[in-house]
Design a protein. Structure first.
Lengths: 714, 120
């Protein structure tokens, strides 16, 4: 099938197909290229002998009209592969521009010369299956009348390649090793992978579905064309993930590395020592620990290595941060690791009272292990500091566990992007000398949500691009800092103010949408009633200084946390007045404990609270407070305050109304009593309900239950 | 074109109908160029469907389960010295989609079209 003008047109189609499938996953790439090749061949054969100019234009038109769909298809494929990047879009756009340029050149040439090149002239822009760099486009044999246009093309092609892909050049420079696989090897790998999945994949039914899909593809001989070991591993991984959507699942090709170095004198290292050496080269993931301006702590953590090897470094980092006023955990480049390290680090931001994090179910052992925070950690805890966690779409696995736990325990504010969405625990299994499979064989069940983040990721509380996340969190921490700084910290206040200004300036428009820490997610009053029957205070925020805290309790004679209960003042409070649970403060030393929640009054409401306390000190008179904040003396008070106000403020402009307050002459024991307050003056506004207990005169246990928002008629 | 999931664009409907008509004449499988030609014949349009449009539509129909595809035995093209063909087959779901499209078009069966011979 020879037709002078048709050939360059066909070459255009090939070149374009080669361009827009460039850097794709091999399977759809080869399929598309082969399919276009077939179409071109059939067309030429069908058209043998027809008018060549008309045919060439026909082919070019078919090419040009289809370009938007080619690009759309490519973008879809990238989404399917889960690796759509801006670079990909830019590459596609460049390729589109290049193709239009080609076609324009050729169309001009075809139009003006009308003469045919000699038959031996070959225009071969690429070999469809070759990698773009191992075999550069060949245009050298083009001569004579085509030379003007072709010279332009020749000079253009390498320029385009170089400008588009410095990364590719770099990748290509280091040729990874590979092996050839034949039918027997393919079968061995496929069978081995499927057996491992059926034996251990966390959901047996999904394992079955994966097997069915792979077997069907095998029957359709889809794997018969694969001769590269690396490619086989990659394609099997894609096909298995297509069914399971499990990003922890992968079939891996194992390079035969150089032989291990001879053991140093004294023999080979024991496994733990070896792990210590290897992980130590990454400093156990602790990339950076820093005091940011305004005395905000910052930890850039790239992985969670087992505490057995990384514990010392972790403790050093936490100790370094212990005197800062808030902590930012940067997990934007953290791909996960060991759940025990997650629990270890989490322990630092809680008190000695153990907190239940997750239950880890493992299918191979049919065992469920609980994960709790530790009653003791070396160094100092960061219990009373605000915590921010930075996330990106690459935050994965163990890093997501850390984020998910603290988010749902209301212990951290998550700033950044939705995380990658991998919750399963993984065990590696060897298939043979060259292949292994990572089998997700366990799943966590979170203590608060009773589920996990597999496939969905962890949603940030405050959305920000990964790039901006640190600035946003830093700004949020500084704004909180501004409200809570003691009056004498003048130097620090200046630092906070100037940094706040410069961060706002750097963030520009992005700074506008940042919520203040205190006003994250107000809840509508229609959903704000609280009987505490969940057994947690998860709906509330707690601010505390000094000892003790707010707790959920069910038995008036048993302290909710013995370690935080004064043994000289036996815990003896009224039983929960309603249901099985209520909230109460307990302590083994003086302190300030504030329980609060922001409520959107979506109509006219009246609030009912059942209030009680046991007080060994004497309540302060309202007007003796030396400063405009709760903190001194002895108080149990419930206020309605502005959500934007500092959490402990008693300033007139911040406190909308006082709902309840213990008075100096009140008895030491106040039995559960309902307090009612009309909120209709604030209808349509967001207000903060604040329950504050301070006991600097003598132990005070303050309680509340059955908070109801009653909607009033119009 | 903004698409609703499960909704067929006109080209996809046309492919299903065309494939169903072919099946009635005993041709149960077709390759990309062939269906482009049949579509051109059916609509009296000499310009064949563009590459990108055609193969994206075929891919979508396959993803929706209306078509299935397989590559022909590699020995055949090797013997005939030509590129291998990817053959598409209309599935039962695809046949239903074609019937519905016909109903929507007013119960009219398109008349069999005069065919140019297609290279086998």
């Amino acid at each position: 099938v020879k037709s002078g003008l048709l050939r360059p047109a066909v070459a255009c189609v090939r070149a374009w197909t080669w361009f827009y499938t460039w850097r794709m996953r091999p399977q759809p790439r080869e399929t598309r290229r082969a399919e276009i090749e077939s179409d071109l061949w059939e067309f030429q054969r069908d058209a043998a002998g027809d008018n060549s100019l008309g045919l060439a234009l026909h082919v070019l038109l078919r090419l040009l009209i289809g370009i938007p769909n080619d690009l759309g298809w490519r973008v879809e494929q990238e989404f399917v592969a889960g690796r759509l990047t801006q670079t990909g879009v830019v590459l596609s756009a460049r390729a589109a521009g290049a193709a239009i340029f080609f076609c324009a050149l050729l169309a001009i040439q075809a139009d003006t010369s009308g003469r045919r090149p000699a038959p031996h002239h070959s225009v071969n822009f690429s070999q469809p299956t070759a990698s773009p760099f191992s075999s550069p486009p060949r245009t050298a044999s083009v001569q004579t009348r085509w030379s003007a246009a072709m010279t332009k093309i020749r000079s253009f092609v390498p320029a385009l390649l170089l400008s588009a892909s410095p990364v590719l050049v770099a990748q290509n420079a280091a040729q990874p090793s590979d092996i050839a696989v034949d039918a027997a090897a393919r079968t061995e790998v496929i069978d081995g992978a499927l057996k491992a999945l059926n034996d251990a994949y966390v959901f047996p039914d999904v394992a079955k579905k994966m097997e069915e899909a792979i077997r069907a593809r095998q029957q359709r001989k889809e794997y018969d064309v694969i001769t590269s070991g690396r490619q086989l591993a990659q394609i099997l991984t894609e096909h298995l993930r297509e069914v399971s959507h499990d990003l922890h699942l992968s079939v891996n090709f194992i390079e035969q590395g150089p032989p291990p170095p001879p053991p140093p004198s004294g023999g080979a290292l024991p496994p733990e020592e070896r792990q210590r050496v290897l992980a130590g080269r990454q400093n156990f993931g602790f990339a950076r620990v820093e005091r940011l301006a305004g005395n905000i702590g910052y930890l850039d953590l790239r992985g969670f290595m087992p505490p057995a090897v990384a514990g010392e470094t972790a403790t050093a980092a936490m100790t370094f941060l212990a005197s800062t006023d808030a902590i930012i955990f940067d997990l934007r480049q953290n791909g996960g690791g060991d759940p025990t390290m997650v629990a270890f680090l989490t322990s630092y931001v809680f008190g000695q009272h153990a907190v239940h994090l997750n239950d880890f179910y493992s299918r191979p052992t049919n065992e469920t292990r609980q994960s709790w925070t530790l009653p003791y950690v070396p160094g100092r805890r960061l219990t009373d500091k605000d915590v921010y966690i930075l996330t990106s779409s690459r935050t994965f696995s163990g890093a997501e566990e850390f984020t998910y736990n603290l988010k749902h325990l209301k212990r951290a504010i998550v700033v950044g992007e939705t995380t990658g969405g991998g919750a399963h625990t993984v065990g590696g299994r060897r298939i043979n000398a060259h292949f292994a499979i990572a089998v997700p064989s366990g799943r966590p069940i979170n203590a608060v949500t009773k589920t996990n983040w597999e496939g969905v990721g962890v949603e940030p509380d405050v959305k920000a691009s990964a790039e901006n996340a640190l600035k946003v969190a830093h700004l949020m921490a500084l704004e909180k800092q501004q409200q809570t700084l003691p009056a004498d910290a003048t130097g620090l206040r200046t630092e906070v103010t100037t940094t706040t200004q410069s961060l706002r300036h750097e963030l520009g428009g992005a700074a506008v949408s940042i919520p203040t820490v205190e006003s994250v997610k107000p809840v509508p009053a229609s959903k704000a009633s609280e009987d505490f029957e969940s057994g947690t205070l998860a709906n509330w925020r707690i601010d505390q200084r000094g000892a003790g805290g707010w707790f959920s309790y069910s038995n008036g004679k048993t302290p909710p946390n013995a370690a935080q209960s004064d043994p000289n003042f036996t815990f003896d409070v009224p039983a929960p007045p309603q249901g099985k649970f209520a909230a109460v403060t307990d302590t083994n030393g003086p302190g300030r404990r504030i329980l609060y929640r922001d409520i959107m009054l979506d109509g006219r409401y009246r609030v009912h609270l059942t209030v009680f306390y046991v007080n060994l000190g004497t309540f302060s008179a309202t007007n003796t407070s030396s400063r405009d904040t709760i903190g001194d003396e002895q108080q149990y008070r419930i206020d309605l305050v502005l959500p934007s106000a500092p959490v402990a403020s008693l300033a007139k402009e911040h406190v909308l109304a006082n709902i309840f307050q213990g008075q100096p002459s009140d008895p030491s024991r106040h039995q559960p009593t309902e307090v009612t307050f009309d909120l209709s003056p604030w209808a349509g506004q967001t207000v903060r309900l604040r329950l504050a207990c301070t006991d600097f005169q003598g132990p005070l246990r303050a309680g509340v239950d059955n908070i109801r928002f009653e909607r009033l008629g119009q | 074109m903004r698409r609703k999931p499960g909704h067929l664009v006109p080209l996809e409907t046309a492919i299903c109908v065309c494939a169903a008509n072919l099946a009635r004449t005993g041709i149960t499988q077709f390759h990309g160029y062939e269906i482009a030609k049949r579509l051109g014949d059916a609509s009296n349009c000499r310009l064949l469907t563009a590459y990108g449009t055609l193969y994206r539509a075929l891919g979508r129909l396959e993803a929706m389960g209306l078509l299935e595809s397989r590559w022909e035995d590699p020995q055949i093209p090797a013997r005939e010295n030509r590129p291998g063909r990817r053959f598409y087959v209309l599935t039962a779901a695809g046949d239903i989609a074609a019937q519905e499209a016909r109903k929507a078009a007013g119960e009219m069966m398109p008349a069999p079209v005069a065919r140019r011979p297609v290279p086998a």
